[in-house]
Every structure is written in structure tokens, then in C-alpha cells.
Write a protein that binds this ligand. Structure first.
Ligand code: ATP
Length: 319
């Protein structure tokens, strides 16, 4: 990747089409867990210690956020540049506040463009809020080491990125040095061990575009196996919208149940089963919290959630 910095630094005027081309690098960086555009303070605290002492609660306190413009970001932060638009308009989030107790699940719902992904990116500290704060275990994310933050927060995105490499090596990105027995345990937890064990080369099977082609649901379960290996205390999950056949869907759901159990989770929810199971549902609209509460309370309130329920969730079959 070092080779990229020279040409990039030479570009004084980054255009939108160049940024589009960089998106694939952003995806690679995401998988490699390279550091984003945020800085670590010299006296940063160890988040893992705080989580061990107090549990992994999450609080957003009056979080307002405006995406930085591309020309406001140093070119050294490749990951941030790749995601930026040239002319973002105004604040994306306005005074968003909510609290998730340790071990609880919060579901984010809302119309397209409401800010769900943006909230999830602030919780994994891809960006810092423009004002307000995001805290885990009571610590402002700006005050903790990046290493301890990466160890505490695991992210599962809709599309699982696999390298053209063996299943074993794809999993070891999450925990270098993991033994084959540890890989097998994670694959069992993710409900995909039987498939892997049944392949002629097992863990050494090469996957990816030019290797063994895994289905969408299988890729998701491998991503969940990665998460189990990493064993973070907080999980940020973008639930897949892609339609899986019902067998895959059930396997992915079973794997997620294992992965989320006992962890604090923030889920961009697309399934009725998820919002029903959530301890707290936060309904976003135009970057603001429109309402929040449990499924039953929000339905009874008859507001935006009740509308979304009728249009977005009621036709999903998984309950
Ligand atoms: P969806 O359900 O469609 O994924 P969402 O609720 O996750 O939507 P976000 O992706 O958080 O919404 O987007 C919120 C707003 O921020 C949108 O207006 C979007 O265009 C804008 N936005 C998202 N990413 C960027 C970016 N990198 N730079 C500038 N603006 C962005």
C-alpha cells in the first residue's frame, strides 16, 4: 500500500471520479483494520480495561456530525478520502443521543439516508463527531487507544470481503496466530463448519472470485466466524438486505445469535425479528432521533416506527 501514497500525494486536486476508484481500496483497508482518519492522543487510555471494569455500555450524547469535505482531509488518510463526497451538504446528524446498557442490543431503523450508517461509523470511530460525544464504558472514544478500540468493537458489514486466499488465512486476519482448533470452533459457532469440513481441502480451500465460490449466506457466516475469533465486546452490524434463501437465512440468523449473545450490539436492522428482539429501537429521520423505545411501545405510539413497520418490516417473513 505504501506505493499508493506517492501518486496520491501528487494529486493536489482530488476529483470525485478518483475517489470512486478508491472505494475498492477503502474496502481492503476496512478488512485489514487499518487506522482511519482519527488521531490517538499521547495519553490515550486502554478501552479494554474500562470495559472489563464497567462493561461495554454505549452512549451517544448530543452527537452532531458533518462529513468533512474531501479537501479538508489529509491525503495520508486514504480510507477517509475514499468515502468522501466533494460537496456534502450541512450536518448529517443533529444532536443524536441514546444509551445502550452493556450486553443490550439497539436496533437503528429509519428511511434511506436517515443516518443509520453514519451513526454506526461514529461508534466504530471511523470519524469523530463534529460536536457531542460517543462513549463506550464511559470513555470518550477520542480518549482511548486505537488498538484497544479496534479490539473492543467488531464490525460486520453487509458484504463480507474475502481475499483470494485459503479459508484459514481469511479467518486469521481477525486473529493472527489462531490455531486450526480455534478456527474450527469459530466456524462451528458460525454454523459453517460442516460445509468447510466437507470440502476436499477443508480449511486450506482457496476462496474468492478465482477460488471456491461461496454463496452470499456462506460469506456472511465466514464473516461471523471472523467476528467470533476476534471476540469483541461491542458488535456493529449492518444486517443484510440481500435476500437469502430461507435455509441460508436461518443459518445466518443462528450464527448471529451466537455472535451477539452476551455482547453489546448496534444493528442497522432490516428484519422484523431483529427489531422485535432489540432492547431499544432508535428511529432516525433526517439525522435526528424521531423516537425510541421497544417494538411494542413504538407500535402503540403510532408514529414513524408504526409507519415503517407497516411498509418495511411487515412483509418480512422471519419472525
Ligand atoms: P441507507 O438506509 O440508505 O443505507 P442510512 O440511514 O444508512 O441510509 P447514511 O448512509 O448514514 O444513511 O447517510 C446519511 C446522509 O449522509 C445521506 O444524506 C448521505 O447522502 C450522506 N452521506 C453518507 N456518506 C457520506 C459521505 N461519505 N460524505 C458525505 N455525505 C455522506
Amino acid at each position: 500500500l505504501g506505493r499508493l501514497y506517492g501518486p496520491l500525494t501528487a494529486m493536489s486536486n482530488v476529483q470525485v471520479d478518483v475517489m470512486t476508484a478508491l472505494v475498492s481500496f477503502e474496502r481492503v483497508l476496512e478488512v485489514l483494520d487499518l487506522e482511519p482518519s482519527v488521531a490517538e492522543k499521547p495519553d490515550a487510555a486502554d478501552l479494554r480495561r474500562a470495559v472489563a471494569a464497567r462493561g461495554a455500555s454505549i452512549e451517544l450524547d448530543a452527537v452532531t456530525f458533518r462529513y468533512p469535505r474531501a479537501d479538508e482531509v489529509s491525503l495520508a488518510s486514504l480510507e477517509a478520502v475514499a468515502t468522501l463526497r466533494k460537496d456534502p451538504v450541512g450536518d448529517t446528524l443533529h444532536e443524536v443521543s441514546f444509551a445502550v446498557p452493556a450486553g443490550a442490543m439497539v436496533a437503528l431503523v429509519g428511511p434511506s439516508g436517515a443516518g443509520k450508517t453514519t451513526v454506526s461509523q461514529l461508534v466504530s470511530r471511523m470519524y469523530d463527531p463534529t460536536s457531542g460525544s460517543v462513549r463506550i464504558a464511559g470513555l470518550d472514544l477520542r480518549d482511548v487507544t486505537l488498538d484497544s478500540l479496534r479490539g473492543t468493537v467488531g464490525v460486520v458489514s453487509q458484504e463480507a470481503h474475502l481475499f483470494h486466499d485459503t479459508i484459514a488465512e481469511n479467518l486469521r486476519y481477525a486473529r493472527p496466530g489462531a490455531t486450526d482448533a480455534e478456527l474450527a470452533a469459530a466456524l462451528r459457532g458460525a454454523h459453517i463448519w460442516d460445509l468447510v469440513a466437507g470440502l476436499p481441502e477443508g480449511l486450506e480451500t482457496v476462496v474468492g472470485d478465482r477460488g471456491y465460490r461461496l454463496s452470499g449466506g456462506e460469506r456472511q457466516r465466514l464473516a461471523i466466524a471472523r467476528l467470533l475469533l476476534k471476540a469483541p465486546d461491542v458488535v456493529v452490524l449492518d444486517e443484510a438486505t440481500a435476500h437469502l434463501d430461507s435455509e441460508s437465512e436461518a443459518a445466518v440468523q443462528a450464527a448471529l445469535d451466537v455472535a451477539l449473545s452476551g455482547r453489546t450490539s448496534l444493528v442497522i436492522a432490516h428484519r422484523l425479528s431483529t427489531v422485535r428482539a432489540a432492547d431499544l429501537i432508535v428511529v432516525l429521520e433526517d439525522g435526528r432521533v424521531a423516537e425510541s423505545g421497544t417494538h411494542a411501545a413504538l407500535l402503540a405510539a403510532g408514529g414513524l416506527y408504526a409507519d415503517l413497520y407497516a411498509t418495511q418490516f411487515a412483509d418480512t417473513t422471519t419472525v
